[in-house]
Each structure stands twice: as C-alpha cells, then as structure tokens.
Design a binder for this molecule. Structure first.
Ligand code: CU
Length: 163
C-alpha cells in the first residue's frame, strides 16, 4: 500500500471505524454484564485449531447464499469458506436480526464501510473469505449480506443450531 493520506482525511475509513465500534459494542454487549451469560446468543469467534466442521457457502449476484439454510449443532466450531462467485462485492455477516438490521442502516449511510470483525467475511468478486465460528447456543442464528441493496433483495440465510 502506498496510501500516504492520514486516515482522518478519508471519510470512508472514519466511517469504517465508527461502524466497527458500534457493531462491536452491540455484538459484544453481553460480555460486559455478569448476569449468567458470558457470550452472545449467536455464538462467538473461534480459532482455526478448534474447528470441527468445514462448510462452504457461495454468494452470487442473484442475491442469494447457497446454501441459505444451514444445519449445525450446539458445540460445533465451523470454518466457513465464503465464496463470491458474483461480479460485485458480497459479504456474509452473522448477527441477531436486530444487529443485522441496525448494521445495514449504517451501511446505507456509509456505503464504503469495510468490515474487519470476526463475524464478517467481506469478499471481492471471484475471491473467498473465512469465518471461524463457535455455535454455543441452540436455536436460530441469522446471517446476511449487508451490501447496500442486497439485504433488501433478500440476501439472507439462517443456521438451525440443534441441541
Ligand atoms: Cu451481497
């Protein structure tokens, strides 16, 4: 990289930083309290060395994830290989419906935002990205593409986390 500009001169980087802070605060909201829950209901980031299962997910310009319904089990640590077979950028973001909707609103305000958080794989066309995630609770966990227009077009999916 030969970008010599200060990051504070770059609106998109500032937006990215703000977004990251806001989203992290929400996703990690349950870490701060000690009412018996030590982690988010959607699960938590994990290490590649802990992986018990590998699942490939494809993202396309038809605004669909393939597969879009994914069965896992509580306790699974999944390495998602997230492929973008389209010609535009896509991303897979795990979150509660509330987190995803709030984050999408931010994306509409700041379309250039870049995501570095562990529940996100932002993938350029023809490339693939990775998420390593531990499913710590049974139930439904949502994911979506938060690129402007994609979420509205129904680019969403769900994990069914069995007990
Ligand atoms: Cu997309």
């Amino acid at each position: 990289m030969t970008n010599t500009r200060s990051m504070f001169n770059s609106p998109s980087l500032v937006a990215a930083a703000l977004c990251f802070a806001a989203f992290s605060a929400q996703a990690g909201g349950t870490h701060a309290d000690n009412h018996g829950h030590s982690e988010s209901t959607i699960g938590k980031p994990a290490k590649m060395s802990q992986v018990t299962k590998t699942i490939t997910v494809d993202m396309g310009d038809d605004m669909r994830f393939t597969p879009e319904k994914i069965n896992v089990r509580k306790g699974d640590v999944v390495h998602f290989i997230v492929k973008n077979s389209g010609k535009v950028k896509h991303e897979m973001v795990l979150g509660t419906p509330k987190e995803l909707a709030a984050h999408y609103k931010q994306m509409l305000k700041f379309p250039g935002m870049v995501h570095e958080d562990p529940q996100t794989a932002s993938v350029a066309p023809g490339q693939s990205g990775d998420i390593v995630w531990a499913f710590t609770n049974s139930g439904i966990v949502d994911f979506a593409c938060l690129q402007p227009g994609h979420f509205d077009a129904g680019m969403k999916g769900q994990f069914n986390v069995a007990k």
